[in-house]
Design a protein around this ligand. Structure first.
Ligand SMILES: Cc1cc2nc3c(=O)[nH]c(=O)nc-3n(C[C@H](O)[C@H](O)[C@H](O)COP(=O)(O)OP(=O)(O)OC[C@H]3O[C@@H](n4cnc5c(N)ncnc54)[C@H](O)[C@@H]3O)c2cc1C
Length: 375
């Protein structure tokens, strides 16, 4: 048994050949804006990974999905982050389809035609609340007309569809929160550069501008009340999937450093084992959430647990990664970019919504008897 063997075996079962292909490309190339990773993922059939077989997908369970994200993250952190955004979008569509919606048609198309779905949910604006969209929508005879800007939006250059959070006008003059599905080929959709960091540049997190695009009613999924902080069941499940897969992805990146350090004979076995217990303990916590997803994904208590685990994993990564780098030694650091790159990339977990300090008050309130609020 080798570290990451279990995760890579699941990846191989669902997306045969992808791990070998990713392992053959230098990390620097996989993490560059010109990455071949997203294309390889699409060709391997990744689009349908978590789509149930009833909707013509591969039907990976949440537990398998989180292991796959860890395996992919150990080869290409950018690809794991980018594909998390795809699976996150898909997870909400599955729930709506399971409730009798027409979204099954779309899911079958996504799996069959290997379409990639980007998600513009958190706008990446300072102090922006994730449940308060910046996209605007106006009612028209044939649906809604959507305009606005999403940045960063991972998969921007490879997406076939964009899922964008919007405020949907209703018939009595009010507004409801919803998700509009917008084809990337619409002439009103443009992609311009946004991401200027070397870290995670392979996730294609660029700016997507939507200019007066007509979205028919069957491509608008209503999700919940306007920015009350309270989540409906679809939003709750979406967040659970998001936190889970994103956490698994960055654990994969951290695991890549631990994997490198494990083979260093000159480093004491007790030091090497400490790295493994840190990272595997964190993964076990993530897997505990993943195992509960099929039964409890719409339950706010599972989301609260998922958030607590995610923040705990941030701390585990912060403890393990510097130790792994120190053990790997200066020569490993100096003679290539991989170690320094992974050390930078793992910090991305802290930048995904909802930020820990933003949620602190809400989680303490929840743990002392209140309902969970996402702020
Ligand atoms: C690799 C990557 C890919 C991404 N891809 C996408 C994507 O595809 N689609 C998408 O929509 N978004 C995406 N994002 C954007 C991301 O989801 C966030 O929107 C963005 O990182 C938020 O920026 P921020 O952390 O500066 O903002 P802020 O949330 O303002 O946080 C800045 C700091 O202020 C603190 N802070 C903020 N508010 C409070 C408060 N009320 N109380 C206490 N402290 C507070 C935070 O804890 C944090 O330390 C991506 C981000 C990354 C890193």
């Amino acid at each position: 048994m080798k570290i990451l063997e279990r995760e890579r075996a699941v990846l191989e079962r669902y997306l045969p050949g992808l791990d070998t292909q990713l392992a053959q490309v230098p990390l620097r190339e996989l993490e560059s804006p010109e990455t071949p990773g997203i294309k390889l993922f699409r060709e391997a059939g990744g689009a349908g990974l978590v789509i149930p077989s009833d909707y013509k997908g591969s039907g990976a369970t949440p537990l398998e999905a989180v292991r796959i994200q860890r395996a992919i993250g150990s080869r290409s952190p950018s690809l794991a982050v980018a594909t998390t955004m795809h699976h996150f979008s898909i997870s909400s569509l599955i729930l709506v389809a399971d409730r009798g919606g027409q979204e099954w048609l779309l899911l079958e198309a996504i799996a069959g035609q290997r379409m990639l779905v980007a998600s513009g949910f958190a706008e990446g604006r300072p102090d922006g609340r994730i449940l308060a969209p910046t996209m605007t929508a106006t009612a028209s005879a044939d649906g809604i007309r959507v305009s606005g800007v999403k940045r960063p939006c991972s998969l921007a250059r490879s997406m076939d569809l964009l899922t964008a959070s919007v405020l949907v006008p209703d018939t009595d003059g009010g507004q409801q929160l919803g998700v509009a599905l917008i084809p990337s080929t619409d002439p009103g959709v443009t992609v311009t550069p946004f991401w200027s960091s070397f870290a995670l540049a392979g996730a294609e997190s660029e700016q997507v501008t939507v200019d007066d695009v007509l979205v028919p009613p069957n491509l608008v999924v209503l999700t919940g009340a306007v920015d009350s902080g309270r989540l409906d069941e679809v939003q709750t499940a979406g967040f659970v999937w998001f936190e889970l897969l994103m956490t698994g992805s960055y654990l994969g990146a951290a695991s890549a450093l631990v994997e490198r350090a494990l083979t260093l004979d000159k480093v004491g076995v007790d030091e090497r084992l400490r790295l493994v217990t840190g990272i595997e303990g964190a993964m076990a916590a993530v897997e505990n959430i993943a195992r509960q997803v099929p039964e409890r994904q719409q339950n706010e208590h599972l989301l609260a647990d998922a958030l607590l685990v995610r923040y705990a994993v941030q701390d585990a990564i912060a403890a393990v990664v510097p130790r792994a780098i120190e053990l790997l030694g200066g020569l490993n650091f100096m003679t290539g970019d991989d170690i320094g790159y992974l050390a930078a990339a793992v910090n991305g977990l802290g930048f995904h919504p909802p930020a820990r300090s933003r949620m602190a008050g809400s989680l303490i309130d929840y743990l002392t008897g209140s309902t969970l609020r996402i702020v």
